[in-house]
Write a protein that binds this ligand. Structure first.
Ligand code: SAM
Ligand code: SF4
Ligand code: F3S
Length: 468
């Protein structure tokens, strides 16, 4: 019998890349590959890259430098190591990678992973292979059809892609260029995946897409459904106890989504809703097509529908032309909303995007200083949010044994990790936990009897603003 070949995959960037990496592993399992934790003993190494900021892109070349030594060692030991560069850098700079890095055998863009087995064969015959076209019609084709290979469950929680690409063209962002135009999967395909995952023990589904609430897939009635209707449909699938979706755009929040939050206990009250800036002038330059006020109104609609809802966001500091007063408007918006978490990033000019050509650059010192101030406020809010859980009882979906012996870890509705001492039999269940302590970002508690301690949520303290 042939020895299984070893595959090592390293993924950077967003949840779409995490999901794509899992699909590549599933696709290559059909070719006799098994996953291995390290690159050194691998027969095939895939770098699944991210192009969103310069720092992310640069990692490809430094990683390839390290892999050159590993590939040489393998050759000396009489073993062949193939190297694949996949993901958004492959899409954006495929030809450049081929030119700069002779150790790379295959370069493949995010729309072509289903061709990986053929590309590897082609590389063996011809030396190299490159495929970064945009065959939009088969964007989702690498999702294995049920008859060939079931989408594989990997624990209690799973991503399911419902939408790919982006038509928004924010002036700072490479995604429309690396991932192409928006495409939505039909309801039947998504529901099949969710059913199969539920049958294999998955209890929580996060629907993912670069612009997930722009999803408008064909329903079984032949009409285009909005995301809220899809969530309602999926909530009816036996075994699924929690639903989430990410990442949403404030412009695409429609009534169906708000009503889903109002009506579906399965839909978790935690929404990642990036705003990027609190200044209308900067939002205009970013081509976000919403104002700070529009965003606040969206937040209000969510809060009216579900009182315990919490938000996280992405922020860019130092966008070209951002002045101190613009930045202060961002701080004011953050203080007004009171986030449970957030990611703040320094603007990084990306080749080919309009913002890279904008002239009024913010100095590195100003960027650092603003980033520190913004992060200070968000960190303060996040820690107030987490601390407010102490003394309350919250539902936790248990996922796996924790690193500490005897402990099981799960997540609250707001994605906070929560640890209890209990038997592994609770994995896969949602149980109320009395929260007693907080260690960094992790909640510690004990299993509580539901009838004795009703779930409460300290929403007022969550909205208390802390920080600079
Ligand atoms: N579709 C999501 C939205 O509209 O908010 C964002 C997706 S993008 C993959 C993730 C985050 O990367 C963005 O929200 C933005 O904050 C950040 N980002 C994108 N381009 C950037 C750039 N050129 N410089 C700094 N941050 C950037
Ligand atoms: Fe990028 Fe804007 Fe599309 Fe988000 S909405 S992926 S930030 S272009
Ligand atoms: Fe990065 Fe591509 Fe995601 S650029 S953030 S991996 S869509």
């Amino acid at each position: 019998m042939d020895q299984p070949r070893k595959l090592h995959i390293k993924s950077y960037g967003c949840q779409m890349n995490v999901y794509d990496a899992q699909r590549m592993v599933d696709t290559l399992a059909g070719e006799g590959f098994v996953e291995t934790a390290g690159a050194d003993d691998a027969d095939l190494v895939i770098l699944n890259t991210c192009h969103i900021r310069e720092k992310a892109s640069e990692k490809v070349y430094s990683e390839l430098g390290r892999l050159r030594a590993a590939k040489d060692d393998a050759a000396r030991a009489g073993r062949k190591m193939n190297i694949v560069v996949a993901g958004c850098v492959a899409q954006a700079e495929g030809a450049e990678i081929i030119r700069r890095a002779p150790i790379v055998d295959v370069v493949v863009g995010p729309q072509s992973y289903h061709h990986l087995p053929q590309l590897l064969t082609q590389a063996k015959a011809e030396g190299r292979a490159l495929e970064t076209e945009f065959p939009v019609e088969d964007k989702f084709a690498f999702l294995p059809p049920p008859s060939r290979q079931a989408i594989r469950a990997r624990g209690i929680s799973s991503f399911v892609t419902v939408q790919e690409g982006c038509d928004k063209f924010c002036t700072f962002c490479v995604v429309p260029y690396t991932r192409g135009a928006e495409v939505s999967r039909p309801v039947s395909k998504i529901a099949d995946d969710v059913r199969r995952l539920a049958d294999n023990g998955v209890r929580e589904i996060t629907l993912i897409g670069q612009n997930v609430n722009a999803w408008h897939g064909e329903g079984p009635d032949g009409r285009l459904w909005p995301l809220g209707r899809l969530l309602r449909h999926l909530a009816g699938i036996s075994g699924i106890v929690r639903l989430r979706y990410s990442t949403s755009h404030p412009r695409d929040v429609d009534d169906s989504l708000i009503e889903a939050h109002r009506d579906l206990p399965e839909l978790m009250p935690f929404v990642h809703l990036p705003v990027q800036s609190g200044s209308d002038r900067i939002l205009g330059l970013m081509n976000r097509k919403h104002t700070a006020d529009d965003y606040l109104r969206v937040i209000d609609r969510f809060r009216k529908a579900r009182q315990d809802i919490a938000f996280s966001s992405d922020f860019i500091v130092g966008f070209p032309g951002e002045r101190e007063e613009d930045f202060c408007e961002t701080l004011a918006l953050v203080r007004q909303i009171g986030y449970a978490g957030g990611y703040s990033l320094k603007f990084s000019p990306r080749p080919g995007t309009p913002a890279a050509e904008m002239w009024e650059a913010v100095s590195a010192e100003e960027m650092d200083e603003r980033l520190a101030r913004l992060q200070g406020v968000i960190d303060g809010q996040q820690s107030a949010f987490n601390k407010a859980m102490i003394g309350t009882t919250v539902d936790v979906l248990f996922e796996r044994p924790a690193r500490n012996p005897g402990q099981i870890v799960g997540r609250t509705a707001w994605l906070q990790p929560a640890h209890v001492f209990a038997s592994p039999g609770i994995i896969g269940k949602v149980l109320p936990v009395a929260i007693e302590n907080l260690e960094r970002y992790s909640l510690l508690g004990r299993l509580a009897a539901p009838a004795m301690q009703p779930t409460q949520f300290p929403i007022t303290s969550v909205q208390t603003t802390v920080g600079a």
